[in-house]
Design a protein. Structure first.
Length: 116
């Protein structure tokens, strides 16, 4: 069972920056498509961005303020935002999908609160 551990959440200021990290325990990290989701208060969980091991990141429906990246050597995926807004307040989840073995797993989530 692959485990994902997120870090980097907390209380942040509007206009500030966010960098979340998610470390995977996968043996072959490159087999996993990595993604970040978030769940805002009272809303359903939504996909922010996803990135395959090699290839172009995808940002479906994103405002363009998020950047996803991964370091395969560190088995880590990152999510950055350099212009936070109060509406970015949410629980952020790391997600991993292995299409070769049809496996999926979620991280435990990390709370991000954007408030002055």
């Amino acid at each position: 069972q692959v485990q994902l551990v997120e870090s980097g959440g907390g209380v942040l200021q509007p206009g500030g920056s966010l960098k979340l990290s998610c470390v995977s325990s996968a043996t072959i990290f490159e087999h996993w498509v990595m993604a970040w989701y978030r769940q805002q208060p009272g809303k359903e969980r939504e996909l922010i961005a996803q990135v395959p091991a090699s290839g172009t990141p995808d940002y479906p429906g994103s405002s363009g303020r998020f950047t996803i990246s991964r370091d395969n050597a560190k088995k880590t995926v990152y999510l950055q935002n350099n212009s936070l807004k109060p509406e970015d307040t949410a629980v952020y989840y790391c997600f991993a999908n292995n299409p070769f073995h049809r496996q999926q797993t979620w991280g435990q989530g990390t709370q991000v609160t954007v408030s002055a």
